[in-house]
Design a protein around this ligand. Structure first.
Ligand code: HEM
Length: 185
């Protein structure tokens, strides 16, 4: 299921390659960047829903958190790759310009960098190697989510409706998490 957006994207990249713009509108490159960004954020939010869901309803899906996190990273990587390939056409000097001059790009990039160690350490070998420190390392997901939401707020120009939905859900999940760790101390 988690790979369906990937195949949707692959289809459109191949179609674009052969000069077919299909249903992606006037700027298919940007649409693909946006699509992958949305997928990354949705999977990131899903990783954070599982614990409250278990506590409130007893429905335990915590075992799929790691795979949801890896899907988040897959789509964040595709999002970044699509931006580099389809928007910048691999002009790396423009990437450094964007990182300096466009705050939403720097914030998105910072979120991506925070997700990187989480993806690298999401396998049994790394969990065993890191032991107690693994959980501490994986707390990076909270600043990553916060930065991803900030990235979204910063880049939204006209229609704030979808952004508002993501931001409200994301902030509620972050507050719930902060409240739970406050109760533990
Ligand atoms: C390498 C770092 C990143 C770069 C360079 C980047 C760049 C971009 C760009 C250029 C856009 C389109 C802006 C526009 O419409 O004018 C965008 C949109 C978006 N990005 Fe990122 N991004 C990055 C990381 C992330 C991460 C880590 C997430 C989420 C986990 C994310 C989520 C989104 C979302 C949800 C959108 C909006 C999609 C929409 O408008 O429907 N981005 N990003």
């Amino acid at each position: 299921m988690g790979l369906l957006p990937f195949f949707y994207c692959l289809y459109h990249v191949v179609a674009l390659w052969f000069g077919y713009e299909g249903k992606l509108g006037a700027d298919p490159g940007k649409e693909l960047v946006r699509f992958n960004g949305q997928c990354a954020l949705v999977f990131l939010l899903l990783t954070q829903v599982l614990t409250p869901l278990k506590e409130v309803t007893g429905f335990n899906l915590v075992s799929i958190r790691r795979i949801l996190g890896l899907f988040c990273f897959l789509y964040a990587s595709l999002h970044f790759t699509a931006y580099l390939l389809l928007l910048l056409e691999f002009r790396f000097s423009e990437l450094s310009d964007d990182l300096v001059k466009r705050p939403y790009i720097s914030v998105g990039f910072a979120a991506f960098i925070l997700l990187l160690p989480l993806a690298i350490t999401s396998n049994n070998w790394m969990v065993a190697r890191f032991r107690g420190r693994w959980k501490t390392l994986h707390k990076l997901v909270y600043p990553a989510l916060f930065l991803a939401l900030l990235h979204l707020i910063w880049l939204t120009k006209n229609d704030y409706s979808l952004t508002l939905i993501y931001v409200v859900i994301g902030l509620i999940l972050l507050l719930v998490r902060a409240w739970r760790s406050f109760l533990k101390t």
